[in-house]
Design a protein. Structure first.
Length: 336
């Protein structure tokens, strides 16, 4: 057991809610709209340091002045998150922090119904998924990505000026090139590692000889494009006139995409609904394995109403693969 108790106060629709966890699998049952996902969101925030779906002002229960989340680990350690309508603080061992300290962040596998549509979703949502995947075990990646997004925003704001010059963009170009290459390198490495196992995991679920892998489309263009900082910088400078007209940065890792390939064809359109779900299950199992390998900790598994998206066979594989993890799941009906 990783955590044994969760308590929410004024968190979304919950005035007060408490969950006493059991050894392996805890179920949160209720109708749609009852706030089941909010409990998982609160757990995720206390363990990872931020919500996976909203900002604090949206989380705070309407009409209230603060929200509070407390989780108690099986070890006795407590993490408390308090937001007073202006700022958020984390209380760890009676000390206050504006951010959850890295040493107190715990790996979490989050499995949402929307993940089932990952194969056919937008490039933005695919990037978000794989960014969260890498960020689960690489704090520097998270830091570099946040810096990249801030620099990109500043460059785009500068491009909106009628008097913008190449010189005005140079410092942002240098920073984007440096960070972009580091981020791309780690994205490519992850996909290579995932591809080494994806087909085997998929076949263990589907019980057939199909082959599946993921193509990493750097800059949304072609697979396995290799580019260094000087080339990246040169491309940004070359695109100056175009970007000035568009008023945004048209080249960079913020355009990256991931394509799922099923038996040498684009899985979006060639893989059936059941085959697509088996691919996503396989990807989730690899994510859990990678998190444990890189952090040395067995991740907590949060399943948000995913049983309704799976047939009986795939439900059994999901339960089997996570049988040695602590699982907290939401559902309209009892599943276990």
């Amino acid at each position: 057991m990783i955590i044994k108790r969760v308590e929410l106060v004024n968190f979304r629709c919950h005035t007060k809610y408490q969950l006493e966890c059991v050894e392996m699998t805890s179920q949160i049952l209720g109708e749609n709209g009852a706030g089941k996902t909010s409990v998982l969101e609160a757990i995720y925030e206390a363990m990872r340091g931020k919500s996976f779906r909203a900002v604090d002002t949206e989380i705070l229960k309407r009409g209230e002045e603060f929200y509070r989340v407390e989780i108690e680990y099986n070890s006795g350690e407590r993490i408390v998150v308090v937001y007073d309508g202006v700022k958020k603080q984390f209380l760890v061992e009676d000390k206050k922090f504006t951010r959850l300290p890295k040493k107190n962040r715990y790996p979490v596998i989050l499995f949402e119904p929307s993940d089932m549509g990952l194969i056919g979703t937008s490039p933005t949502k695919k990037r978000d998924y794989f960014d969260r995947f890498i960020g689960g075990f690489d704090e520097k990646y998270v830091s570099d990505l946040n810096k990249y997004k801030k620099a990109l925003k500043q460059r785009n704001e500068t491009l909106k000026s009628d008097l913008v010059t190449r010189d005005a963009l140079f410092s942002w170009n240098v920073l984007l090139a440096k960070l972009g290459c580091e981020i791309a390198k780690k994205r490519r490495k992850l996909i290579t590692e995932v591809n080494n196992e994806l087909t085997d995991y998929y076949r263990s679920i589907a019980e057939n000889k199909d082959k599946v892998w993921i193509e990493y489309l750097n800059f949304g263009e072609i697979e396995e494009i290799l580019i260094d900082e000087s080339q990246y910088l040169r491309r940004l400078e070359t695109d100056f006139e175009r970007d000035k007209i568009l008023q945004h940065t048209s080249f960079g890792i913020h355009k990256d995409n991931y394509k799922f390939i099923f038996n040498n064809q684009d899985a979006d359109g060639s893989a059936s609904r059941g085959e697509s779900r088996s691919v996503i299950l396989a990807l989730k199992f690899i994510e859990a394995k990678k998190l444990q390998e890189n952090t040395g900790k067995k991740p907590l598994v949060l399943l948000d109403d995913v049983f309704s998206e799976l047939d009986k066979k795939r439900q059994k594989y999901l339960v089997k693969n996570f049988q040695n993890h602590q699982v907290i799941l939401t559902s309209v009906t009892k599943n276990l």
